[in-house]
Design a binder for this molecule. Structure first.
Ligand SMILES: [Zn+2]
Length: 284
């Protein structure tokens, strides 16, 4: 784990999202959970050494952010956006397997040491948010304030968590730092608007959903990369290319890697991104 500020820890070097912890005087607040069991249990043990676990906040419903919710069932409230329930514990149809089997396959291949701790299918507890909100929500834990904001775009249920005492904002997959952006469930207008909102916050650290911790200057690069994707597909449409031709001709695979452990998803990310942007640009 990486110590970001006095009380903020994150884990940017594992497959899946960047699960994070804020240590407060009234217990640890988790932001998302690891997709691999070994680091998940390490993070839980670390938090429990400092007291109880006060809450778990999910920034979105994608499986790499919520798989670990099982290990928090019955222990603390889970908080997230009200739209999370529509897509919770669902994976893209293209993956062609159940969410449990998909998760098990990842543990087998990428976390064999964690395999003995994987519950059986019938014992796995999905544990979706029990506390939800629509636009904003604020709560205190000890001396810390958690300001939750609805920041849709990457999906329709993304939120960001601003902790002013630490000058940190956890933005989930609204930011992919130095790795491929996934547009597979994206609304580009909402995403760009959420990036503009994040740029108004008074913070020193942005903890992204994937990739290294960055500061606010990264927001303009992220927006620039999104505009670049939009322009590339718009160019194809203007040339008269079909969606299939756009998928065949457009790729940003050479720009940056997919986040750690997901190298085999590069082709899926490129084609899904083109497909979603093509639909967005051609809808009338
Ligand atoms: Zn995501």
């Amino acid at each position: 784990m990486e110590k970001v500020t006095e009380n903020v820890y994150t884990n940017t070097k594992i497959r899946g999202c960047n699960p994070s912890i804020v240590l407060t005087t009234d217990g640890a607040v988790f932001i998302d959970t690891a997709q691999l069991i070994t680091p998940l249990l390490e993070m839980r043990n670390f938090a429990l050494k400092h007291g109880k676990i006060k809450a778990l906040i999910n920034t979105e419903s994608h499986i790499d952010h919520i798989f670990g919710n099982h290990w928090f069932a019955g222990e603390c409230p889970v908080i997230g956006h009200e739209k999370l329930s529509n897509t919770f514990w669902k994976i893209p149809e293209a993956f062609n397997m159940s969410t449990y089997d998909y998760s098990l396959d990842i543990i087998k291949r990428q976390d064999p040491e964690g395999l003995p701790f994987m519950p059986k299918k019938e014992d796995y507890i999905i544990n979706p948010p029990s506390i939800t909100f629509s636009d904003k929500m604020t709560f205190k834990s000890g001396n810390h304030t958690f300001k939750l904001h609805y920041t849709p775009g990457h999906s329709d249920a993304n939120i960001s968590i601003f902790v002013p005492e630490e000058r940190v904002v956890f933005v989930g997959d609204t930011v992919f730092s130095n790795c491929q952006i996934w547009f597979h469930t994206c609304d580009p207008d909402a995403l760009l608007s959420s990036l503009r909102f994040l740029s108004t916050l008074d913070v020193d650290y942005i903890i992204p959903g994937h990739g290294p911790v960055v500061d606010k200057t990264y927001l303009k690069y992220q927006a620039g990369f999104i505009y670049e994707w939009l322009s590339a597909v718009a160019y194809g449409i203007a040339k008269g290319w079909s969606k299939e031709e756009c998928i065949k001709n457009i790729s940003f695979a050479d720009r940056c890697p997919v986040d750690i452990g997901q190298e085999d998803a590069m082709e899926y990310v490129q084609s899904a991104n083109v497909s979603v942007i093509y639909d967005y640009l051609t809808k009338v």
